[in-house]
Design a protein around this ligand. Sequence first.
Ligand code: ASP
Length: 321
Amino acid sequence: MKKILVLHTGGTISMQADSYGNVNPSADNPMNHVGFELDDIDLTVVDFFNIPSPHVTPYHMLALYHKIRDTAGQYDGVVITHGTDTLEETAYFLDTMAVPQIPIVLTGAMRSSNELGSDGVYNYLSALRVASYDKAADKGVLVVMNDEIHAAKYVTKTHTTNVATFNTPTHGPLGIIMKHEILFFKTAEPRVRFDLDQISGTVPIIKAYAGMGVGDGIISLLDPDKIDGVVIEALGAGNLPPEAASEVERLMQQSVPVLLVSRCFNGIAEPVYAYDGGGVKLAETGVMFVKELNSQKARLKLLIALSAGLSGQDLKDYIEG
Ligand code: ASP
């Protein structure tokens, strides 16, 4: 018998549509009334939060981490139900914390509990199956949706409404859920883990575009005294218009760490081009290139690193590692 802790946090999986088709939170979580029998799973269910995931902040993520940390040794696995909008961020955050080495699985739904073709109960059951599967224990935090198992580090929401929204660009999923079996075909990467008691900081994300910095001085609008860092979604392999690159340099001269990812959906940013604003020049001026994370996860990586007290070369090594 596997002991699984379920932490419900809200999101569409716990919501209901009204007669106009508008989707609303529900005080009584429908996942607490699902009709499946689980002979070999002993569930402990906690309604931890009941919020839409656009309301989730790093403080909520930290509270989830503390709950999992503080119950270490009591459970064989954890399932977290979560709104899909920011699910990947909570998954990545937990994956970067010193969580116990048991399966930790996040799931959600694209259609609320009383909509036609609702996917909530199915995803919940799939998540419970994965959380009670021994081979899921050393794969890092997992996201289970629509019969696929994804690594928290790489997964992202790719569609506004489709139930096949969660994808892992560049790498592909870690495994799949079959009718009778769970199949992993990849292993998880080793990672640095932190045991944070607090998290704070202000790190905006800015997307690059053709003509950025030409007349708009967009980066100069940031007050270096009010931010702790910036993440830039750069062009292509990791380049900026020259005017924007000059503004970035000025920001870094005022001790603001600048992280760079690509705005491309696939691939990894790296210093390739040596023209003005190109990645080679940006790296030379101190911009940190983040591998394999999208901007929302790179932002969390910086918040976590700063909250853990990293600075200087240690910060650079962690961010670029
Ligand atoms: N807006 C919803 C949320 O993230 C979407 C969902 O749960 O699928 O809470």
